[in-house]
Design a protein around this ligand. Structure first.
Ligand SMILES: [Zn+2]
Ligand SMILES: [Zn+2]
Length: 243
């Protein structure tokens, strides 16, 4: 399976990541990627950027070295209602919105509470994907999550970092979500969750899971620039919900 886009990348702006946008794009170009998304953490992450950071991403070119650069965020889910740590007008100005549960930022509860919190985040019309839903620190009911992802047309991430260096113990949960995504037809998004430029474009562990469950490329949105843009353009109601 050919992956042309890395849609989950951090920069120094996140406070605990160590490469600049320019370094990230340079590596992406060297690795032959056609598209990247810069998705720094939302403001509630300790050391994360102020909301103004997201308001000035227009300063960053949309393309460099032949790589399309999407300006985005990895927003934190901050309560059981699924609210995010970035206001709607900021989300509206971004090209891609990832949302995820993170310790310190997101309350942890029972499986039922965590599941409802994640589903509530999916109902936000600006959320394009839920990142690392297989995180064992926030146990969820995988079947409910996958069915909600189909209902709200939100992609579920298989996070390569979760299978290598972060969120140890994620693999069985990621596999379950992958298998159910195939069963119900939920969209899958791959991300490296790179916190240092050299991690960009390494999807090896995530692809192992796709192969194990015989998941075809048509479910995976990073397989072409067109399919990424199709997913991101799907919400024609976005403008009207803001104005
Ligand atoms: Zn995350
Ligand atoms: Zn991340």
């Amino acid at each position: 399976m050919k992956i042309v886009a890395d849609l989950h990348i951090h920069t120094v702006a996140s406070g605990h990541a160590y490469s600049t946008i320019l370094e990230n794009v340079t590596v992406a170009a060297e690795k032959g990627l056609e598209m990247i998304a810069i998705t720094d953490h939302g403001p509630d992450m300790p050391g994360g950027p102020h909301a103004y950071h997201f308001g000035n991403l227009k300063a960053v070119p949309s393309e460099l070295f032949g790589v399309r650069i999407l300006k985005g965020v990895e927003a934190n889910v901050i309560d059981h209602e699924g609210n995010l740590d970035l206001a709607e007008d900021r989300l509206a100005s971004l090209e891609i919105v990832l949302a995820g549960l993170h310790t310190v930022c997101s309350p942890n509860g029972s499986v039922a509470e965590n599941t409802q919190m994640m589903v509530n985040a999916m109902k936000n019309p600006w959320v394009d994907a839920i990142v690392h839903p297989g995180n064992p620190e926030y146990l969820v009911d995988a079947e409910t999550i996958v069915k909600a992802a189909v209902e709200y047309d939100v992609a579920l991430e298989i996070n390569n970092s979760s299978l290598k260096v972060s969120r140890i113990g994620s693999k069985p949960y990621c596999e379950k979500i992958a298998a159910l995504s195939k069963q119900y037809g939920a969209k899958i998004i791959l991300g490296t969750d790179s916190h240092f430029a050299l991690a960009i474009g390494d999807f090896s562990q995530a692809i192992e899971i796709l192969e194990k469950y015989d998941i075809s490329s048509d479910l995976v949105i990073n397989t072409s620039v067109e399919s990424v843009l199709r997913h991101l353009n799907r919400r024609s109601n976005r403008k009207s919900s803001v104005n």
